[in-house]
Every structure is written in C-alpha cells, then in structure tokens.
Ligand binder design. Structure first.
Ligand code: CA
Length: 233
C-alpha cells in the first residue's frame, strides 16, 4: 500500500471533495476531522504529505503543524479561509511547503500536491556530492548521475540509479521495499513494491562481483534491503 496523504479538515464537504480529487489522482487519502487524531495516526503511519486546515476544532493549526513536523519530515500544505498577507507569511514562517486559500479549486490543490511532492523528492536527491565506498571500489555521483565500479563506468537506468543512490545514502539502514519505492520513485508508483526486487537484481548484476554473494546490496529476509558498503572518509 502506498503512503497516505492526510487531509486534516473539519469541514466535511471540503474534505470529501479534496479526498475524491486526490484519490482520482491515485493517492491513498486518510481524512481526519481533528488535529489530535491526525497526529496520533501519523505515529502509526507516516503520511507522504499532509493537507492541514488552520482552523480546527480541537487544536490550533499551528499546534497540529508542529505536532506533525515532530513526527516526520513530510511536506505540509496549509489550508485557510483567510487570504491576508499576514496569514500567508505566518504559514510559510511555520515551514509550510505551500499555502492554499479557501475557496480553492480542488484540481489546483492536486497540482500543488504533485508539485510539492516533486520538490520534496528533488530535495532528497539534490545537492549531493560524490559518495565513495570501500576504498573507491564503488563511486556514486549524485550530481552527474554516474556510477563507477573499479573506476569503470557502470550503466544504470534512472530508476536503478535512484534506488542505489537512496540505499547507499544510508549505509547500514534497512529499507523496506515500500520505503525504497517511496524514497526513490515517489508516490505515483502504486503497487510497485514488488518490482523493487527486479531493480535490485539488475543492480547487483551491474555492481556486484558475485550477485549471489553481494557486497553492497544485502537482502534482509522478510524486511527489505540494506547497503553494506563502507563509505570512504
Ligand atoms: Ca476548519
């Protein structure tokens, strides 16, 4: 299952429309009328993005915002009825990734969601220097998208590169398939988890001496994958 988009909004009509449009765009949407419920649920399942109404019955939008931000580094789009410059500034000052003023077009909100997610993904991939592992045996360059094994260029597909880049950015961390899809490929790949295995298999053939006994990409049975390379200082 893909990571959900949270819609935190007490106005049922708005929530219903937003949910329908987002679902139409392929997102899994969870709706909460109360800020507290959204925060509690986020502890169980982190959203890929949250759309947050600033005027909620139980907590202030700011409190909910802070509560969600403490749980994870996912983007938040604020909804508000007021359009004053001050509110806009306050929303961005909190660290909102975008700000939508009611009444808004649900279609536009979907565009904003996509744009914010794309930006967040780029940030994950961006401004990354070259990473070298195992005394220069494997070099991954996040700027040029080049990979070298034993100083020879390795030809990877863009997806293979992203998967490798994400997993190698956190040596030792175990990634579930689901996390890899989300981090490397983005939300739009519903039901894509299984094909991670195929990408990993191809990657191993390209970067491992012996794909059956991988040095870099280890399988953690029942969980996912872990990068086993040692980053050079
Ligand atoms: Ca409200």
């Amino acid at each position: 299952m893909s990571q959900p988009v949270f819609v935190v909004e007490d106005e049922k009509k708005i929530a219903r429309v937003v949910k329908a449009y987002l679902e139409g765009a392929g997102y899994r949407v969870l709706h909460f009328e109360k800020g507290r419920d959204a925060i509690d649920y986020a502890l169980k399942e982190t959203p890929i993005l949250a759309i947050l109404d600033l005027m909620l019955p139980d907590m202030s939008g700011e409190e909910v915002f802070q509560g969600l931000k403490e749980i994870g580094d996912f983007p938040i789009i604020m909804l508000t009825a007021k359009s004053s410059e001050e509110e806009r500034v306050a929303g961005f000052a909190l660290g909102a990734d975008d700000y939508v003023v009611k009444p808004f077009s649900p279609r536009e909100l979907v565009f904003r969601v996509k744009a914010v997610l794309k930006r967040a993904q780029k940030k994950d991939m961006g401004d990354t220097e070259s990473m070298s592992f195992n005394n220069g045996l494997l070099i991954i360059d996040g700027r040029s998208y080049e990979v070298k094994k034993n100083n020879s260029p390795v030809s990877l597909t863009p997806t293979e590169f992203k998967v490798l880049f994400v997993i190698a950015s956190y040596p030792g961390k175990v990634f579930t398939r689901y996390e890899l899809v989300e981090k490397a490929l983005g939300y739009q790949f519903e039901g894509y988890e299984r094909s991670v295995d195929a990408h990993i298999k191809n990657l191993r053939h390209k970067i491992e001496d012996d794909p059956k006994r991988p040095l870099f990409i280890h399988t953690i049975y029942g969980v996912g994958y872990r990068f086993g390379g040692k980053r050079d200082v």
